[in-house]
Design a protein around this ligand. Structure first.
Ligand code: GTP
Ligand code: MG
Length: 337
């Protein structure tokens, strides 16, 4: 069995995981300005990083005393066991409404529960000067690329049978300003505000920033595709998630990103023809950046295993076998996870 790095020692360029373009600053101000007409804040985060990367300032700058629902979205990319462990770890937190959603599933249970949960919370709240207003307003907040706009479109299609209202896309930073409210329900009338994804101006530590990068919450080129891929490889090995071995046609797990990406370049034919000045002839060189992008995209589609990037430490979590206790015999099981 290969031995793996105990910690991620690679060094990123200074500030590589800090991404706070102008639209985030102005978006945050627009969100604060709209708060007066909002009855409930729906915060969306990526279920693969349930403990990492939630914007720390949302709590006091945006949520305040308003009813708050936390949606851990993209739950199709994690296992049922992990959903249970995360839910139990949130039991003793200050989050009072937690739902897991997958917007890839039309019949998703979490999405079905959202409007009833929101109604219950709003009806049981003060509504600060809005008690005579019959329609409900909610603001959707979260870091980039977690599915805020997709949720609005899905709820609208489900309850109003109407088409897309807001733009969605696979990269971070698609929504750049707070949009006009979108109606998503007739009875009662419920409107949602879509908002731009907001990150903290400075990520607290490199690994938190890299986890956000692996999930696509900041642009790949900001951090560097190969660097993010190396961190993903480090986590996959740490969590004994070895689907990448077969995928890249390797003989066994490896902790060396160049070995993994070079194997991928050969398998997927990501080779560049380059003219060598020394020999005055053409040589084939692997395009490691392209394979790194392919690696990240494949993980993000869930095709390399249902991998939660955080450690989930709760009493319930202790019932599950810890990764550190796994041995060679577990290798086969994890390959098919
Ligand atoms: N697998 C999976 N993908 C999802 C889910 N929800 C959204 N996505 C995808 O995630 C990507 C981002 O979705 P958006 O709705 O644009 O995310 P956003 O939070 O509005 O992003 P910004 O506007 O950039 O802040 C899109 O490619 C969606 O198809 C989900 O539940 N599961
Ligand atoms: Mg959006």
């Amino acid at each position: 069995m290969a031995t793996f790095r105990g910690s991620f020692g690679a060094v990123a360029a200074k500030g590589a995981t800090n991404w706070f373009p102008k639209h985030m600053n102005s978006g945050l101000k627009q969100m604060q300005a709209k708060l007066r007409s909002v009855d409930c804040v729906i915060e969306i985060h990526d279920a693969r990083i349930p403990m990492t990367g939630r914007h720390t300032n949302f709590a006091h700058q945006i949520i305040g005393n308003k009813p708050h629902i936390l949606l851990l979205n993209k739950s199709d990319l994690i296992s049922h066991g992990d959903i249970k462990r995360i839910a139990s770890s949130y039991e003793c937190s200050n989050v009072n409404s937690l739902l897991f959603t997958s917007l890839k599933n039309d019949q998703d249970d979490g999405v079905r529960q959202l409007i009833p949960t929101m109604r219950k919370l709003v009806e049981g709240s003060e509504r600060y000067g809005r008690s005579l207003v019959k329609e409900y307003h909610a603001m959707i907040v979260g870091v980039p690329n977690v599915g805020k706009s997709s949720l609005i479109n899905m709820l609208r299609a489900k309850h109003l049978k109407k088409g897309r209202a807001v733009k969605v896309g696979p990269s971070a930073g698609v929504t750049k300003c707070v949009h006009e409210k979108v109606r998503i329900c007739e009875n009662p009338q419920i409107f949602l505000f879509d908002t731009p994804g907001i990150l903290s101006p400075k990520t607290s530590d490199l690994e938190s920033g890299l986890k956000l990068a692996v999930c696509g919450n900041l642009p790949d080129h900001q951090v560097g595709e190969t660097f993010i891929a190396d961190y993903l490889l480090f986590l996959m090995n740490k969590k004994r998630c070895f689907k990448y071995v077969k995928y890249f046609g390797l003989k066994g797990p490896s902790d060396c990103i160049t070995t993994v990406l070079t194997a991928g370049a050969v398998k997927f034919d990501y080779m560049n023809k380059i003219r060598s000045i020394e020999t005055d002839s053409y040589v084939m060189k692997p395009d490691l950046n392209l394979v790194a992008t392919h690696f990240l995209t494949t993980y993000r589609k869930g095709e390399l295993g249902k991998l939660v990037l955080d450690e989930i430490t709760t009493t319930a979590a202790l019932k599950f076998k810890k990764n550190s206790e796994l041995d060679d015999g577990d290798y086969e099981n994890f390959q098919n996870r």
